[in-house]
Design a protein around this ligand. Structure first.
Ligand code: SF4
Length: 707
């Protein structure tokens, strides 16, 4: 990819950070400096960019880049690096079988990269041990969608947010994590008086724009929505016709909800809120039909994430608030291509094109790819995958575009596992990530501004990322690297790709292969794009079936993707927190800041972005600070059963008493003393989605140095 003439034109591309997926106009001036602005024609952002998008030019220097392939610490030519990867993977499989290799990839990859690596692993190496950092992000939403809708297909569009009368923000600091979407919501509020209710233990920036804030005890969202289900049902506030014609399973879900949330008083006590607040919330939701419920990491990153998603979906099904303007549940994704990864089967429990491991899907894929060895059972999900590396059952792991040595729970354990692993391959743009330090083979990947392909944002819109600068050093796009390795392993016929367009078209054709037109993910209408059409592809939502135009909102006819076309209520019983507090300890919550992204490998390079929060701060309620003799600005030490950290204290009423908050971004490269992944254990995981609980870890906080 990347053969265009550079710097002569303004290029339309897509922001590489969050799941809003804003369109960016980028250009390079004659002195090489890059300027960016929001693309006024992109449906996600209509010309706006947030602080992270605006400061993208600061992140494009070559200083931190991995510029040449390296094998065992030696700079080598690409041929040698490709041969080394192919040989080590082949040898490992020959000796120990296909499941002795694994891939840990990323929502930063473009769909074409993601498709190629999934095809190699699941189709030709015969292992489904390929999981993604999206496991830490929205795996619970995927699982909840499948249970409720019969497919992982988000109902709403961004426009629905602007047509709603009521927006519930559940565990979502939209103002910092999806800033442009939050701006659209606030503009709608100004224009039409949209009411916003924020349900979040912390008083976040998103709460500033809300009319009502319910600072619930962490992890009690499922109970709150169970109580809402009971309230609506018992007060005759259900859409009886929708329930009768388009759903199944209400009686059992209601029975479970009644047992779980027998009264608003019970809910209030468990959620840690006044009864009047619960009653007022239930009354408001009862009376407003056009309701969008946005949820994000506060819901997903929990050992009860999937059930919480279904508790939210249940309320929308009961009231028929789905499939019409201004209503529906809406999981907003963290990463630029979390959705694209789901489309190509980027999770260990999926095959490509939204297929599962049913025998007919495995067979369909076998025939489409002409691949004799398609994996026929799910692989290891992220936490289990690194445990297998530690145990030595996985002996070769290829990490692409992510930094698990920092971002996984019990990151110290992940580091030990990688340090002892026979073969660690890392492909990344950045030379010195905490994970790349542990690699035997390092492959320089093309970065944003250099690579071409597609990403899919939170409302299913597929957008082009386009290159506007030459590849840095010897960096290459990930799909190209995978293709070369596949050919070196003997799979030449299956990897004929010379352009990202070729990969995309195969992906699109697979989505429509033997499809009777009823599968959710179908972009068969884009399968025949020429290189020139791919080049000019305008943002397009899926599904995009052959012979049909784009579909925006889903479920408008009340038909879902289950066998009988009915949405499924799921019985939910809320559970206590996965870890218990010792006397004197606090519950540690973790999350993002406005101006940083993930482990700061890019945003950490921008002085303007770093000015917002120059160092990691621990937020504590004044009462908890006073009880420990701590004052604002003091240094504090944090400790949990798996690790310790050092941070500066910020005393704030925005924090609930008994709880603490620490941002997730810092790493050894920026301040070795405060790595969130080293504080949170990897023992609490959602049983359905495999998503780790990163938001409820008991921690003790003490003055530093100790008195
Ligand atoms: Fe980029 Fe997200 Fe900001 Fe848009 S809202 S500019 S996609 S970080």
């Amino acid at each position: 990819g990347g053969e265009r003439e550079f710097a002569k034109e303004t290029v339309r591309t897509t922001c590489p950070y969050c799941g809003v997926g804003c369109g960016v106009l980028a250009s390079v001036s004659s002195d090489g400096s890059v300027s960016v602005s929001g693309d006024p024609d992109h449906p996600a952002n209509r010309g706006k960019l947030c602080s992270k998008g605006t400061n993208l030019p600061d992140t494009l220097g070559l200083g931190e880049r991995l510029l040449h392939p390296q094998v065992d610490g030696r700079r080598v030519a690409w041929d040698e690096a490709i041969a080394a990867v192919a040989t080590r993977l082949s040898d490992t499989i020959a000796k120990h079988g296909p499941d002795s290799v694994a891939f840990y990839v990323s929502g930063q990859l473009l769909t074409e990269d993601y498709y190629a690596v999934n095809k190699l692993a699941k189709g030709f190496l015969g292992t489904a041990n390929i999981d993604t950092n999206s496991r830490l992000c929205m795996a619970s939403s995927v699982a909840g969608h499948k249970r409720g809708f019969g497919a992982d297909a988000v109902p709403v569009t961004y426009e629905d947010l602007e047509e709603a009368d009521l927006v519930l923000l559940v565990g979502s600091n939209l103002a910092w994590c999806h800033p442009i979407l939050n701006q659209r919501l606030l503009a709608a509020k100004q224009a039409r008086g949209t009411r916003i209710i924020a349900i979040d233990p912390r008083r976040t920036a998103a709460v500033d724009g809300a009319d009502r804030h319910l600072p619930i005890r962490p992890g009690t969202d499922a109970l709150l929505f169970n109580g809402l289900l009971v309230h609506l049902a018992d007060n005759g506030l259900l859409d009886a016709r929708f329930v009768a014609e388009h759903t199944a399973g209400l009686a059992k879900a209601l029975e479970a909800a009644r047992a779980d949330a027998p009264s608003p008083a019970h809910v209030a006590a468990r959620c840690g809120l006044p009864l009047a607040d619960i009653e007022a919330f239930y009354a408001e939701v009862a009376t407003v039909r056009r309701t969008v419920t946005i949820y994000s990491q506060g819901v997903n990153q929990s050992s009860q994430g999937t059930d919480t998603v279904n508790a939210i979906l249940n309320v929308h099904f009961l009231t028929g608030r789905i499939g019409a303007p201004g209503m529906g549940p809406f999981s907003v994704t963290g990463q630029p291509n979390a959705m694209g990864g789901r489309e190509v089967g980027g999770l260990a429990n999926q095959l490509a094109a939204h297929m599962g491991f049913e025998p007919e899907s495995v067979d369909r894929l076998r025939r489409f790819w002409n691949a004799p060895r398609v994996a026929d059972k799910p692989g290891l999900k992220a936490v289990d995958l690194f445990h297998a590396v530690e145990e030595g059952t996985v002996r070769a792991v290829w990490v692409m575009a992510t930094n698990p040595a920092v971002s996984m729970p019990d990151a110290a354990r992940v580091r030990r596992a990688l340090a002892n692993c026979e073969t660690v391959i890392v492909s990344d743009c950045i030379a010195d990530t905490d994970t790349a330090r542990l690699a035997h083979i390092r492959l320089p990947a093309a970065g944003w501004s250099e690579k071409d392909g597609t990403v899919t944002n939170s409302d299913r819109t597929i957008s082009r990322q386009r290159s506007f600068r030459p590849l840095a050093g010897e960096a290459r796009p990930d799909w190209w690297i995978v293709t070369q390795v596949a050919r070196a392993m003997g799979f030449t016929a299956a990897f004929p790709f010379e352009t990202p367009a070729a990969v995309f078209c195969e992906h699109a054709a697979l989505s429509a292969f033997e499809n009777d037109g009823t599968r959710a993910f179908d972009i068969g209408g884009l399968a025949g794009l020429s290189d020139a059409e791919f080049e000019t592809l305008a943002p397009a939502p899926w599904p995009r079936r052959v012979g049909e135009g784009p579909t925006r909102r889903l479920y408008t006819d009340g038909r879902f993707f289950t066998d009988d076309g009915r949405a499924r209520f799921v019985p939910v019983t809320s559970r206590p927190p996965p870890r218990f507090l010792e006397p004197g300890s606090l519950m540690l919550n973790t999350g993002r800041l406005r101006d940083q992204w993930h482990t700061m490998t890019r945003t950490g390079l921008s002085p303007r972005l770093s000015a917002h929060a120059p160092e990691p701060c621990l937020d504590l309620h004044p009462q908890d600070a006073a009880a420990r003799g701590l004052t604002d600005g003091a240094l504090v030490s944090l400790s949990t059963p798996v690790g310790t950290a050092l941070a500066r204290l910020r005393v704030t009423e925005a924090q609930r008493a008994g709880e603490a908050f620490l941002p997730m971004h810092w790493t050894d490269r920026f301040t070795a003393s405060c790595v969130v992944g080293r504080l949170v254990d990897d023992l609490a995981v959602d049983p359905v989605s495999g998503q780790p609980d990163l938001k409820r870890m008991p921690v003790t906080v003490a003055p530093y140095p100790a008195a």
